[in-house]
Each structure stands twice: as structure tokens, then as C-alpha cells.
Design a protein around this ligand. Structure first.
Ligand code: AMP
Length: 394
């Protein structure tokens, strides 16, 4: 079964074509800067890599360009569009309506639209991708995979905020959680690898967005992102946890507008706000040269992760494994080392040599005496989406 996985953002479409159940990647690519004059398309198969620049006005034009490449006589991978039986869409916010992957109907689209109020940067682009794919692949089944779904198992004691109940009951103000496909994918990999002893796991997704999940018996029971993807860890340009009274102070005493506060905390804070750089590679390079802001920012970043490890070990009354994943988690031995330093109280002892080694798949980087396993597992959200879509339809 050929499944096209689409991750449609406000100005981009990431795509992968996969054959299931063999999990064979047929091609992948990215359309960027949709709506701008010089949009780019990257397209990669086992045989070729192509980059084009076009004037792409909207998602429909973008997806059409992708289809042209898929069908291309020389570099294409399919002969006709109806070879694609399923289109799997990543949708960021499914509120409390979806705890599983679901076939897309008009009711499902209405819900995705409704939750755009809670994820204004993501859900509108996700919905646009669905509408365009329905037009271009009319015979394919359209399936939605929600980032929030994996976290629907978080119990009330962890998902409710201590604000008046009506805001939870009538307005859905609660923890929803994000990066669900990534946390699910790596926790399932870890459970399979560590069988039979992996009931208490912490997954640490460190990319541009960062989050941690406490996974007990395979289920998410707590998570650092909350009502929106802003809470918890220090991210590329998002602050993570702050005292909310800072917002009132900025508005009431420092003359910020609410929009300016939002931009400050979402786009100008985090590692960017602390160092002037967003990419961790740049920050590590500056830290190595002795830049004090960069050294402190790395230390703060790791310290925040450590605090949540302690908190989730307490929540689960124990810990079998911690998993590092995503761009930073998979590649930054520096952050992994800083997080695992002085954690022997929790039974975490890093093997520093193994931490420095590079390899493609799952890696165990703890010492033999470490009670807690420390794993690096490359995430693969697209594969998780394909697996879930395949399971739903077979
Ligand atoms: P993601 O959102 O998972 O694609 O992660 C993107 C982030 O991963 C980038 O912004 C970098 O900060 C970080 N990253 C990627 N490669 C490396 C590397 N080799 N060392 C440190 N950080 C990296």
C-alpha cells in the first residue's frame, strides 16, 4: 500500500511516499516558502535529488508541483495518481476529540477548524493540506494523525490547571500535549528494545520545539508542553516555563502590547533570546570559544531537562530509561552529557565514550552499571504516521 504522508504548515509542505507494511521510503521532499516569490521544492528518491525554484502562490499549486515530480517520466516514482491509496496528514491539534488516528470526514475537518483557535500557527495549514489533497487524490483515503492524540491518556491530576473548573469544563483549557507521534514512536521502539523491563520511560524530544513525556506502561501520563506548545523546556525561540505574572508586568509597567509579549515569548526568547543564536550548533561553537552567554544558556537548557527528569521519576515512582530524540537529542553529545551529569542519585550514569559515538539507529549510551538505560533513538514521525494510517485501514 502506497501512503503519501503530508505535513502541511502555513507556508510549507513536507512529504514522504512510503510503501507499507514494508516501511520502504520511496521518496521524500519539502516545498518551502509557499506564497513567496521564490518558493523551493526539494525532492529526493533513492536515485536522484532535485531542487527547483518556482513561483508557488498557494498549497494547491505546491502539491500539484509535488505530483508532477512523482509522475515525472525520468525521475518519478508512480505512473498515475491513484496508485496512492492513502494520504496521511499530520494535524497538530485534535483537542479532546481524537485519541486515535481517524479517517477524515466533514465532521473531522470541522473539528480541525474549530481547534485552529488553539493552534493558530499549525491547524489552518494542516487543514489546507487536507482540502488540497482531497482534490488532487480523489480516490485516496484521507487519514488524520493528531499530535495531541498520544497524550489523551494524561490523567486529570496532570492535565488540569488550578484555575476555576468552568474554564476546563466549558472552554477546554487544559494540557493537551504535542509532538505525540514522536514520543509514541520512540517510546514504542524503546519498549521493544528493553523488553520486558521498560514500564517507566521518559522521552526527551529536543528539536526546534522541545518537550518531554512521562510514559508509563506505554501511555503518556504527563508532558511538558501544555495548552499550547509554549510550556516546559527552553526551546529555540520559545521561553518554556515562566512566571505568568511577567506578562502582566510587561504589559502594565513596560508598555508592551499583548501581541508584542506573544512575539517576545514565542519568537525572541529561548536559546535565541539568551544567546542571539537559535541553532544549537552555533551556540555550542560559541560556547567552545568561551562565550559566557552561550555557556550559561546550555547550562540552563540542560538544568531544565534535569528538573523534569526528577519530576517525572517522582510521578512514576521510578525510572527504567530516558530517551533522547530529534535534532538536538540525536546529535548533541554536549547536551546529553550535561543532562546526565550528577544524576547517579536517579541511577543514570552516562558512558562518555559511547555518548560521543555516531551511528544511524538506536544506541545505548549508559554504562553497564547504570540502573537507568540512556538511549538515543532517531525519531521518525512520518513513519509513525504511515504505520498508524496502515493499521487503521488494514
Ligand atoms: P528538529 O526540529 O528535530 O529538526 O531539530 C532542529 C535543531 O536540531 C536545529 O535547530 C539544531 O539546533 C539542532 N541540531 C541539528 N543537528 C545538530 C548537531 N549536529 N549538533 C547539535 N544540534 C543539532
Amino acid at each position: 500500500m502506497k501512503i503519501l504522508i503530508i505535513n502541511s504548515g502555513s507556508s510549507s509542505i513536507k512529504f514522504q511516499l512510503m510503501d507499507m507494511p514494508s516501511e520502504t521510503l520511496i521518496c521524500s521532499g519539502l516545498v518551502e516558502r509557499i506564497g513567496y516569490q521564490f518558493a523551493t521544492i526539494n525532492y529526493k528518491t533513492g536515485k536522484t535529488t532535485i531542487q527547483h525554484t518556482h513561483n508557488i502562490e498557494n498549497h494547491k499549486q505546491g502539491l500539484r508541483k509535488v505530483v508532477d515530480l512523482l509522475l515525472d517520466k525520468e525521475n518519478g516514482v508512480i505512473a498515475k495518481t491513484d496508485e496512492i491509496e492513502v494520504v496521511g496528514h499530520r494535524v497538530v491539534h485534535g483537542g479532546n476529540s481524537f485519541s486515535d488516528t481517524t479517517l477524515i470526514t466533514s465532521e473531522v475537518k470541522a473539528k480541525i477548524q474549530q481547534y485552529a483557535a488553539l493552534a493558530p500557527l499549525h491547524n489552518p495549514g494542516n487543514l489546507e493540506g487536507i482540502l488540497v489533497a482531497e482534490e488532487i487524490f480523489p480516490s485516496a483515503k484521507q487519514v488524520a494523525i493528531f499530535d495531541t492524540a498520544f497524550h489523551q491518556t494524561i490523567p486529570e491530576k496532570a492535565k488540569k490547571y488550578a484555575i476555576p473548573n468552568a474554564l476546563y469544563e466549558e472552554h477546554g483549557i487544559q494540557v493537551y500535549g504535542f509532538h505525540g507521534t514522536s514520543h509514541q514512536y520512540v517510546s514504542e521502539k524503546a519498549i521493544a528494545y528493553l523488553k520486558p523491563k521498560a514500564t517507566k520511560i521518559i522521552t526527551i524530544h529536543l528539536g526546534n520545539g522541545c518537550s518531554m513525556t512521562a510514559v508509563k506502561d506505554g501511555k503518556s501520563i504527563d508532558h511538558t508542553l501544555g495548552f499550547t506548545p509554549s510550556n516546559g523546556l527552553i526551546m529555540g525561540s520559545r521561553s518554556g516555563d515562566i512566571d505568568h505574572a511577567i506578562i502582566f508586568h510587561l504589559v502594565n509597567n513596560l508598555n508592551y502590547t499583548l501581541d508584542e509579549v506573544k512575539t517576545l515569548l514565542t519568537n525572541k526568547s529561548g536559546m535565541l533570546g539568551l544567546t542571539g543564536h537559535m541553532d544549537l550548533r552555533d551556540i555550542q561553537a560559541e560556547a567552545e570559544k568561551g562565550d559566557k552567554d552561550c555557556i550559561l544558556a546550555l547550562t540552563m537548557n540542560a538544568y531544565r531537562i534535569k528538573k523534569y527528569i526528577g519530576s517525572y521519576a517522582a510521578a512514576m515512582n521510578g525510572l527504567d530509561a530516558i530517551i533522547f530524540t530529534a535534532g538536538i537529542g540525536e546529535n548533541s553529545s554536549v547536551i546529553r552529557k550535561m543532562v546526565c551529569e550528577d544524576m547517579d542519585f536517579f541511577g543514570i550514569i552516562l558512558d562518555e565514550a559511547k555518548n560521543e559515538l555516531r551511528s544511524e539507529g538506536l544506541r545505548e549510551i549508559n554504562t553497564a552499571s547504570s540502573k537507568v538505560k540512556v538511549l538515543v533513538i532517531p525519531t521518525n514521525e512520518e513513519l509513525e504516521i504511515a504505520k498508524q494510517a496502515f493499521e487503521l485501514l488494514s
